[in-house]
Structure formats: structure tokens, C-alpha cells
Design a protein around this ligand. Sequence first.
Ligand code: GDP
Length: 365
Amino acid sequence: MKLGIVGLPNVGKSTLFNSLTKAGAESANYPFCTIDPNVGVVMVPDERLKLLADLYHSAKVTPAVIEFVDIAGLVKGASKGEGLGNQFLANIREVDAVVHVVRCFEDPNVIHVDGSVDPVRDIETINLELIFSDIEILERRIAKTVRGARNDKTLAKELELLNRLKEHLEEGNLAITYQTDDEDEQKWLAEYNLLTSKPVIFAANVSEDDLADDGASNPYVQEVRAHAKEQHSEVFVICAQIEQEIAELEDDEKKMFLEDLGLSESGLEKLIKASYRLLGLISYLTAGETETRAWTIKVGTKAPQAAGKIHSDFERGFIRAEVVNYKDLLDCGSLSAAKEKGLVGLEGKDYVVKDGDVILFRFNV
Ligand code: GDP
């Protein structure tokens, strides 16, 4: 999973990115941690892994990971090529979801590019750039489709969608709010990979004082929440500056620090949970002496495709899956004890994998 961090200059993107990747880099040494200063890999905290690894005396524990890309430089006029705009827009095209950082903190020492704190105006500025860029893509596609559409029914249908979608965007709407039950239209929409069709999580960057009540008494946060609802997005409240401080702490210090602030989890954990929810993701687990590991899949994934995450051979040669809920397994103390109690299922190719399933795949090579 790849998340892109966007927002106007000076809203706290780099501060957030640095705290996220620092937190990630310290907990695990991923080889691709440093491929690019703007790309960071963070592990998904999952306490189930440690419990399972203890049970199996696993030599290695591998959590699921999320890749973050810091997409700085998105400014007014980006879609017209201002400030390397187009290059940044191309970076957004490659992510699964967008984390849009908005400034909800007052600080006379930090200049706002538009002179005042106004998160909804800021969101609209960024959205407009994304919309312009999408309209350009649609126009190119329309130009390509128009001729063939005269004597091809399918192309004619697609052209209709393109024109309707373009109108929708020209009215200032995002592609994600374009609703359709038509399967062809859904397929085409996915193909266009429009920037404004990506799921968005707003990170409302507040001052430290607003953390304890989750931004409830900050009017800017209320505005962001109302706006997010309209565009089917999630909001999470964060203080990027504090996150940076938290990222420097050891685990037990971290816990105390969070408790002092009246929080149960760090912004990183909040963000990861929000993105899992928004993208409809869950994790299943594999456990053994060599390795205990979490695998990320979409809700509704069937056993063979889930196996394919491990290796394509697992999917091709899939026979069946031995499945036990991680909690049942821990309660029983071993797989054979869980089997005796009838808690291990032998599942076929139509089995829909659930969050927290511990799975052993049987396959032909
Ligand atoms: P970017 O341009 O969006 O990447 O913004 P930066 O992360 O570079 O932050 C811009 C400035 O705002 C820096 O001086 C940060 O220290 C400051 N800043 C970031 N987050 C916060 C915050 O939560 N509160 C306050 N008061 N300042 C912040």
C-alpha cells in the first residue's frame, strides 16, 4: 500500500513525513527505507504478531508495511506547470490513497502562503489543481474516443461517460463523488486513474493543546470534518510537531508521553488504522518457526488470491487452506490443540479470508 502526503507549503507535511518515517525506520530495517528521501516505509503496528511469534518461537517477525511518499511542491498553478507542478501530480497518480495535510494551528512564526489559516480554502486550492489535471486527462481521452464512437457502440457509451464526468469536474466536483452502478463505467473509471478518484484522509494538523479532545474545540477542525463528509473522506487529528518528538522516544517512554497528553495511540497508529479502514484492508497472518508474518489484503479476498500475496505458485496450485482465528490459536496454545477442539477449518477456494485468520496453505507445485 502506498500513501501520498499532499498539502500546501508550510502546513506541516515534512514534519509529519519525517516523524512517520523515523518511527518506521527505527523499529525495522527495511532495505527500501532509504531509496529516496521522499519515500519512507513504515511497519503496521500489530500486537498479534508478537503473541504468535512467542508461541511459535519464530526466528523472524515481519509486519505489514505502508509506503509513504512526501509529495511536496503542490502549489496554486501546479496543473499549469507552476513549481514543477506536473511532476508532483504524476507522483500522486501512483498512490493508493492521499493523505491531505491541512493546517489547523495558529502560529505567527509560521507563514501561511495565503496569509491566514483557513483549511477549507486550502483544501479547495489543492482540489482545484487536481481537478484541472483530471480534466486535461479526460479531454485527451475524449479526443481519442470521439472518432471511433461514431460506429462503435461501446466507444459511444464510453464517450458519454467521459463527457458527463468532465462536466461533473467542471462544476468543481471530485471524480470520487461521481456515482455509478454501471459495470462498464466502473471499469473505465478505474482505468482513467484520476487524481480526484483516490480516497483521501485529511490530517488536521493542530497545536498540542487541541490533541486531548481530538480537536473538538478547534473550529477549523470542525470545518474540515464537515468538508470531509461531503467528499466521503476520513479525518484524523494530529500535531505534527509532537509526532516528531514522539518519534524520537523509546517505546516505554512513548507510552508515558502519550498518556501525559491524554492519548492512547500515536498519530502514526491513528493514520494507519484510518487508511486500512478507508481502503477496506485487513491482515491475515502466517506463523511458524522460521517466520511470523502479516499480509495485507482487501476485504472480500478469497483464499487462493490471499495465498497469491505470498507467492503466485500458492495461488496457481491452491488446494486448500487450514484456517484458525489467531485468538483461538493463542487460547489453545498450539495448532494441534486447536484442531482437537474443532477450531481449525479446512477451507476451499471460495473461502473469504477474515482479519486475524492464521492460515497454512496447502498447494501443488
Ligand atoms: P511543509 O511545507 O508542509 O512540509 O511544512 P513543514 O513540515 O516544513 O512545516 C512548516 C513549519 O511549520 C515548520 O517550521 C514546522 O516546525 C511548523 N509546524 C509543523 N507542524 C506544526 C504544528 O503542529 N504546530 C506548530 N506550531 N508548528 C508546526
